[in-house]
Design a protein around this ligand. Structure first.
Ligand SMILES: Cc1cc2nc3c(=O)[nH]c(=O)nc-3n(C[C@H](O)[C@H](O)[C@H](O)COP(=O)(O)OP(=O)(O)OC[C@H]3O[C@@H](n4cnc5c(N)ncnc54)[C@H](O)[C@@H]3O)c2cc1C
Length: 489
């Protein structure tokens, strides 16, 4: 199926000038901008509705009358959705919902084939689309650190609680402690409180004072300062205490959460003996930041870098090109940075592609790209500061007991990891994994990978250098799907 021109052309059912993976803020902004400028776009997303992790609409059956009530800047999403709908109507964008891309491959003539699965696991269908260029806007997932009791019912991810509230209008409990690290915690606590939960405390392991060490970055981002102040004031009004340099070091309960122990932690996040205080609650929403979702980028050979928060992210130039020709990335796949940055990067990536396709852009578009690059630099500087302040300190592993499960899928405890390192001679994380099966379960280490690596390092198994975990398949697929990689190429 040869195709050599970049110009808009007769549509082929499974082929486009540009494929965008992810219909979150970054992917949506990219897709509509590219379509505005005449490119034909295939937009794929695993979810049934656009919006990604941030713009989650309440499920239809719930009859929500104010779907934007839990969002900041819902107007931006309404506007993007209208542009998407208009482009869908003309066929400029083909939006494939419920399509999980599980791998990508390059054809001999330089196109990309994106292999996706749709439908339920027992009725899975496979499909493939082909594109000349690709933008990866696959977002992030939540980072978890284990602690005694974290497997009890009632313990949920902090970002997960927010997602549950936005899409299901449901609360994980009535009295909910919010804990972990990062600015998302305050947003989550406010949402839960507004939705009627009692939130006795936000427990933050880092200290907000650390932001003051970068006055120039703060001065360049007055909007972020104002947002922080607004969150602080609203939390105070909702009678939510914000406890910094503290961590939940244990969860108590028989059938489900009944209380948590909150301990003071030092700058390395080591719990300070004798400082534990019990707070009664029936749920705990906990998260330690977000981790870019990189499976497709890594499978395609894109270079990665380690960010100040300790996570890996796609390496990008100022035009949001990855190190692999034909692939761009935008939003949180390039590093955790928030919704505003994701929107800007999506648009910038699309303009960069337009410029390449056309051999230049009009003056107005060039001016827009300059403005976007400037705001991107400013927001990325703030994201780097945020990552540095909230990066987990190495002392967190001291709040684990020997029987705390670290890998939930394979039920591997901290004690077994310790034994693998100290008695069985595991000298690196890979050997720990082989000896214990940590990270070999359903989630393939997405939940426990960070914790296993840090714990192994703390017990003498040196952190091997290198990039993120390689997972050639972005999601589990049937063997028959794997066997049939013919696609349209
Ligand atoms: C659970 C959760 C809750 C959050 N809540 C908040 C909040 O309340 N406030 C806040 O400020 N920030 C929140 N964030 C962060 C915020 O969502 C991001 O800053 C923002 O959404 C980033 O936009 P994005 O487009 O880069 O990625 P996302 O919004 O994450 O969008 C990525 C999209 O890619 C799709 N995708 C990923 N992989 C594939 C694949 N292989 N095939 C097909 N589709 C794929 C996903 O379905 C998703 O729709 C949350 C993050 C998470 C993970």
């Amino acid at each position: 199926m040869p195709h050599s021109t970049d110009e808009p052309r007769g549509r082929e059912a499974d082929r486009a000038a540009l494929a965008v993976v992810g219909a979150g803020p970054a992917g949506l902004a990219a897709a509509v901008t590219a379509a505005d400028h005449g490119l034909d776009v295939i937009l794929l997303d695993a979810a049934d509705a656009p919006g990604g992790q941030y713009y989650r609409s309440p499920a239809d059956g719930l009859g929500a009358t104010r779907p934007g009530a839990l969002h900041h800047n819902w107007r931006a999403f309404v506007e993007l959705s209208a542009r998407l709908a208009a482009h869908r109507d003309t066929g400029a964008i083909r939006h494939l919902t419920g399509h999980q891309v599980w791998t990508v491959e390059r054809t001999g003539d330089g196109d990309w084939i994106l292999h996706a699965v749709t439908g339920e696991a027992d009725d899975e269908a496979r499909t493939a689309v082909r594109a000349q260029r690709m933008i990866l806007a696959t977002g992030a997932h939540e980072r978890q650190l284990p602690f005694p009791g974290w497997t009890l019912p009632g313990v949920v991810g902090a970002a997960g609680a927010q997602a549950m509230l936005k899409s299901g209008l449901a609360l994980p409990g009535r009295r909910i402690v919010v804990a972990g690290s990062g600015p998302l915690l305050q947003a989550v606590a406010l949402s839960l409180a507004r939705a009627g939960a009692s939130v006795p405390a936000v427990v933050e392991a880092a200290g907000y004072g650390a932001y003051a060490r970068a006055p120039r970055v703060l001065a360049a981002n007055p909007g972020k300062l104002a947002e922080g102040a607004r969150f602080g004031a609203e939390l105070a009004r909702a009678r939510v205490r914000v406890l910094s340099h503290r961590a939940v070091t244990e969860v108590h309960g028989d059938e489900r959460v009944e209380a948590v122990t909150v301990s003071r932690v030092d700058r390395r996040w080591r719990p300070v003996a004798g400082t534990g205080r019990r707070i009664a609650c029936d749920a705990l929403a906990v998260g330690h930041g977000l981790v870019p979702q990189l499976e497709l980028a890594v499978a395609a050979g894109c270079g990665t870098r380690t960010g100040p928060d300790g996570t890996h992210a796609v390496t990008l130039d100022e035009e949001l090109r990855t190190t692999v020709p034909g692939i761009w990335a935008a939003g949180e796949s390039g590093g955790i940075g928030g919704v505003e940055l994701a929107l800007h990067e999506g648009e910038l990536a699309a303009l960069s592609i337009i410029c390449e396709v056309r051999g230049g852009v009009r003056r107005q578009e060039a001016r827009r790209a300059v403005a976007l690059r400037r705001s991107r630099r400013r927001l990325r500087a703030f994201a780097a500061l945020m990552g540095t302040v909230h990066r987990p300190g190495p002392g967190w592993s001291e709040w684990l007991t020997g029987d705390t499960e670290v890998c939930r899928c394979e039920e591997v405890t901290a004690g077994r990891i310790r034994t693998a390192c100290e008695e069985l001679g595991a000298g690196d994380t890979r050997t720990v994994k082989l000896l214990t099966r940590a990270g070999m379960g359903w989630c393939q280490g997405r939940t426990c990978g960070f914790a296993v690596r840090e714990l192994a390092a703390a017990h003498g198994a040196g952190q091997e250098p290198g990039g993120p975990d390689r997972r050639p398949l972005a999601c589990p697929v049937k063997l028959s799907t794997l066997a049939d990689l013919s696609g349209p190429g």
